[in-house]
Design a protein around this ligand. Sequence first.
Ligand SMILES: [Zn+2]
Length: 295
Amino acid sequence: MNILTFDIEEWCRYKRHEKHVEFDHCLDIILDKLDERQMKATFFCLGKMGNSFPEVVRKIQARGHEVGCHSNIHTWLNKMTEAECREDTHCAVDSLEQCIGEKVKSYRAPAFSIGESNKWAFEILAENGIERDASIFPAARDFGGFPKFGEKKPCIIDYNGIRLKEFPVCTTEVMGKEIAYSGGGYFRFFPLSFVKTKMKKSQYAMCYFHIGDLVSDSYGVMSKKAYEAYFKETGTLKARYTRYLKSNLGKKNAFGKMMNLMNSTDFVGLPEADSAIDWMNVPTVNINLSLGRNA
Ligand SMILES: [Zn+2]
C-alpha cells in the first residue's frame, strides 16, 4: 500500500501574487496527473488556507481528494503549550470544515512535531474529531522525531483511552541507521531508483511532499518579453511555466522526480488506505506512561 500526501501551505508563506500563480500551476499539474492515473491523495491544508485561499482548498475537494488538517499557521506542535495547541487545532479544523462543508478526519503536524514531550497532542486531535493521524516520524531527526514509537506501519495509538489510527512515515535502514526516504529532503536526496526499489519491497509506504520543496526558488519564471526574445514563440503563462519547471528540473529535479513516481506507482489517499486496513489486526502502541506495544 502506497499512500500519497501533500502538505498545502505555501500560498500563506508568500505575499507575491506571482508565487500564488506558480503554486496554483504546480497544484493543477498534480491534480491532472492524479485524474489521469485515477488515483486519490490526501492534502493536509493549513487552517489559514481555508480562510485566505478557500478556492485552493475547495478545488482539492472538488477533484475528489481528501482535505486533511496541517495545523492553523504551521507553528510546530512542540513549540506550543497544550493550551496554545488546543486553540490552534480548534481554529484550523473549524476553518477547513467551514471552507469545505464537511468533517475533517485526518491530521498531520507541521514538521512531524509530535513526540515524547507532547504526547498530549493526541488528546487534542481526538477532541477535534480527528480519526487518522500522520504526524509520527518514528526515527531520530534534526528536530524531534519519535524514535521510541517503534512502529513503522499503520497502527492504533492508545493514549489515556483515546484511540487514533496512525499512519507513520516509513523508514529504511541505511548503514545501520533508520532514516526516511519517501518525502521531503530525503526524497530529494536519494536517487529515484532507490526510492522505487524500497517502495516495491515494502508493504507500506507513506510519501509526503510540500509544493515548496519541489520547485526551485532561485530561478523565477521568465517575463513574457524575455521568454519571447529567447524562445521566439508566444510567451503564454502555460508555456513560460512549463519552461520554468522543465529548466528547473535539470538543476533541481524534485518536481520531475515526484511526477515520475506518480506515473509509475499506484497510490491511494488516507480514506482508501483506512478502508483497506484490517484494524483489528494491527499493533496497538500504548503511549500513556511508558511506551509499549500490544500486538
Ligand atoms: Zn508543512
